[in-house]
Design a protein around this ligand. Structure first.
Ligand SMILES: NC(=O)c1ccc[n+]([C@@H]2O[C@H](COP(=O)([O-])OP(=O)(O)OC[C@H]3O[C@@H](n4cnc5c(N)ncnc54)[C@H](OP(=O)(O)O)[C@@H]3O)[C@@H](O)[C@H]2O)c1
Length: 249
């Protein structure tokens, strides 16, 4: 399937590690120009085409930084075709700071990205992809209670609102909800090193007999962002290998 992403300009938050890094690589492989950000300045990735992979230092919990980044991407590349809100505070803790940080990063960070990008997406008839989690729709080990699942549930709802309000302007919005995604230097790699028994138990809960790969999430994101998904909007696509139980109507 040809996704027609050459000449397209994509913004990805949190593009230097884990799932975000795979999303950046997948868009680059399709010929797109990709702007991505992280809080820590990224070393140039030798596998990236330098002219089409443009990194920036941005903290998405700071709306003014997000707005300036979006404006500068658009002025540098002349257009924006899709934005991917990938960053999460990954807040699996019960304290006030975790709740406030999760709200500022997961929800308000996404809102800041979308608000700044909407004028450009209206011109390109572009799309928004938000990254939630199976934890947004099932009670799992993160439900301590912690802010992680509630923020992901809110993101799914917010994205559905965007789909409804954006449709008359030709803007689509979808969510991708990953299950357990194993990256050696990522969240589950850390769990494997620090909590080996819990890691084995969680690995075994995956019906396909393994955790997912970041590239498998990235492929879903790239498809949904592309015009080949032109009639898909308001969807919450699970990429969880059958981990979450319950029927999604
Ligand atoms: N891994 C999983 O199994 C899994 C499962 C379900 C859902 N997800 C979701 O997938 C998304 C990515 O998770 P991941 O596991 O790939 O995370 P990760 O490996 O920790 O990578 C996070 C990326 O975001 C950047 N980042 C973090 N906070 C930021 C901030 N405030 N502003 C800008 N950049 C920031 C990080 O760089 P810096 O640290 O340098 O800022 C890094 O590039 C999240 O939304 C997560 O909830 C992951």
């Amino acid at each position: 399937m040809h996704l027609d992403l050459e000449e397209k300009v994509i913004l990805v938050t949190g593009g230097t590690k884990g799932i975000g890094r795979a999303i950046v690589s997948s868009f680059l492989a399709e010929g797109a120009t990709v702007h991505f950000c992280s809080r820590t300045a990224a070393d140039p990735d030798p596998s990236h085409p330098a002219d089409r992979a443009i990194s920036a230092t941005v903290d998405v919990s700071q709306p003014s930084q997000v707005a300036s980044w979006v404006t500068s991407c658009a002025s540098q590349s002349g257009r924006i075709d899709a934005v991917v809100a990938n960053v999460s505070a990954l807040a699996i803790s019960t304290d006030d700071a975790a709740w406030q940080g999760a709200f500022a990063t997961d929800l308000m960070g996404t809102r800041a990205l979308v608000d700044a990008a909407l004028p450009y997406l209206e011109v390109s008839k572009g799309s928004v992809v938000t990254i939630a989690s199976v934890s947004g729709r099932v009670l799992d080990f993160t439900a301590l209670p912690s802010p992680y699942g509630p923020m992901k549930a809110a993101l799914i709802h917010y994205t559905a609102q965007l789909a409804r309000t954006g449709a008359p302007k030709g803007i689509r919005a979808n969510t991708v909800s990953p299950g357990n995604i194993y990256v050696e230097d990522g969240v589950w790699g850390n769990v494997e090193r620090e909590q080996p028994d819990f890691f084995k138990k969680q690995w075994a809960e995956n019906p396909l007999g393994r955790m997912g790969r970041a590239e498998e999430v990235a492929d879903a994101v790239v498809f949904l962002a592309s015009k080949r998904a032109g009639f898909v909007t308001g969807a919450n696509m699970l990429v969880d290998g059958g981990l979450s139980q319950g029927i999604q109507f």
